[in-house]
Design a protein around this ligand. Structure first.
Ligand code: GLU
Length: 513
């Protein structure tokens, strides 16, 4: 069995926009497949037609494409040997397995109506017993265990609606090994007789999931922790369908938690704390409400991948920055954590800043240009590339560049009052006047020459750099922080610098200290 080619799958249900937790599940599957030269499959689990949301499937496909973790078989990525990969299109394949389980005594027909089930729930609730269809309650219900054989046949022949339920032992231990959690034991007493095949002949998640994993020769099931309670049923299905030697290994990933730690990360947390929880923009088909995604919020896909990889997995070294290829090399299941992983927005932004700095100035300029166009700011490409080069050390996102550097594209409109009060000292207007004279005299207008003039003025006026530097920057830009000041002055050009310094000399000094 160990020689089986690794085949893993991402099996989302198209019930809404893919959450980054889902992207992380897809990523870990992808890494496992690539690491071992195996296959990564996208299977769409759409058997619950009531929860189907239009557009969700395409959104899943687009999201995987955007982050660059493309399956090599599956919906939207080309058919492989196990097509179709959409469960609704595989409907005729499942019934035979449910019937096989009935034959073997591990499943049964249940004819109960919604009212019957409701009555059972009420009855049990009033006796303070957990209301579930199980080894005890099934004997009080209408099914092929309680009804005589000929009555069952009559009902089936008459086309009475029924479901097929799994028949659980009353008290039995189901033990299986989880690659992350070690040995896990469930007692069937805590479980219920799950429906395997519904009235309309559609399988439920459990039956379809196990049958497809078997037919698609899946070797490892890597999925979120919320599916752990379903795993014992799946293990029993493998056993009773006679597929034990084909049972995949299970790995249930830790939950993605809210930044504060308690509870599962939700879209509401994103809205509350101002970060996206979806990879791409999503428009709710009903409410038309638009939620922005990582892509539209200006994150690089490399940053999203890097951040998600480390939410629940850690490498053997202290390395934090990983390209996708490096992740493929470094990834091992034994380094996936058992406990939930707290989402950390600062860290996500830190990753983004790293990938932003890896862009060339020209690449950044190409991304900033449309943002400037939208504000009717026209700049030369080479100038913009230099601006981006200065800004990239200071911003986390490309879309911060136009505002961060607005004073490089036009004379400052506003001057930060706090800086003025603190730094615009009585000597500053004369300092600026002296700089104007020196800069006017420069034949070679470069940042080194400007810096030299600055130091000469300091010496002449018996001042320290720390007394002047921020005020000088403010005189040129209106703000107290920004890219390296002399490079910035060179970039602005002699004429503009002189004009700005002249204006600054007219700004009144307010002595507050
Ligand atoms: N369809 C399930 C989901 O939506 C898949 C769970 C699994 O991977 O087995 O997450």
């Amino acid at each position: 069995m160990n020689e089986r080619r690794v085949r893993v799958r991402f099996a989302p249900s198209p019930t809404g926009p893919l959450h980054i937790g889902g992207v992380r599940t897809a990523l870990y599957n992808y890494l496992m497949a690539k690491k071992s030269g195996g296959d990564f499959i996208l299977r769409i689990e759409d058997t619950d037609q009531n929860r189907f949301v239009p557009g969700a499937e395409q959104y899943i496909i687009d999201s995987l494409k955007w982050v660059g973790i493309e399956p090599n078989e599956g919906v939207g990525f080309g058919d492989g040997p196990h097509a179709p990969y959409r469960q609704s299109e595989r409907k005729p394949m499942y019934r035979q397995y449910a019937e096989q389980l009935i034959e073997a005594g591990h499943a049964y027909y249940a004819f109960d109506t919604t009212e019957d089930l409701e009555a059972m729930r009420e009855r049990l609730k009033s006796s303070n017993i957990e209301a579930k269809y199980d080894a005890i309650t099934r004997s009080t219900m209408i099914n092929s265990i309680t009804l005589p054989e000929d009555e069952v046949k009559r009902r089936l022949d008459a086309g009475d609606p029924y479901v097929i339920r799994f028949k659980l032992a009353r008290k039995d231990e189901v033990k299986f090994h989880d690659e992350i959690r070690g040995w896990v034991v469930f007692n069937t007493a805590t479980m219920d007789d799950k429906v395997l095949l519904k009235h309309d002949g559609m399988p439920t998640y459990h039956l379809a999931n196990v049958v497809d994993d078997y037919l698609m020769q899946i070797t490892h099931v890597v999925r979120g922790e919320e599916w752990l309670p379903s795993a014992p049923l799946h293990v029993l299905l493998y056993k009773y369908l006679g597929w034990e030697d084909m049972m995949p290994k299970f790995a249930h990933l830790p939950l993605l938690l809210k930044p504060e730690g308690a509870g599962k990360l939700s879209k509401r947390d994103g809205d509350r704390l101002g970060f996206p929880v979806f990879p791409l923009q999503w428009q709710d088909p009903e409410t038309k409400e638009i939620s922005s995604g990582y892509k539209e919020s200006g994150y690089y896909k490399e940053a999203v991948i890097n951040m998600l990889a480390l939410l629940g997995w850690h490498p053997s070294s202290n390395q934090e920055l990983f390209s996708l290829d490096e992740l493929v090399d470094a990834f091992t299941v034994d380094k996936i954590a058992k406990s939930g992983a707290k989402f950390d927005l600062q860290k996500a932004n830190w990753f983004n800043q790293h990938y932003l700095r890896l862009q060339t100035n020209e690449q950044l300029a190409a991304s900033v240009k449309p943002l400037l166009d939208a504000k009717d700011i026209i700049v030369d490409d080479a100038f913009l590339a230099t601006v981006c080069g200065l800004a990239k050390e200071k911003v986390n996102f490309v879309n911060e560049i136009p505002d961060y550097c607005s004073y490089l594209f036009a004379d400052p409109q506003n001057y930060d009052e706090d800086v003025r009060k603190k730094r615009w000292k009585a000597f500053m207007p004369s300092f600026c006047e002296s700089m104007i004279t020196k800069i006017n005299a420069l034949t070679n207008y470069t940042h080194t020459e400007i810096e030299a003039a600055f130091h000469t003025t300091l010496t002449e006026m018996n001042l320290q750099s720390k007394d002047v530097l921020q005020a000088f920057r403010w005189a040129l830009s209106g703000v107290g922080g920004g890219p390296p000041i002399f490079e910035m002055a060179e970039l602005l050009g002699k004429e503009s610098v002189i004009k700005r310094l002249e204006k600054a000399t007219t700004i009144e000094v307010i002595e507050t200290v």
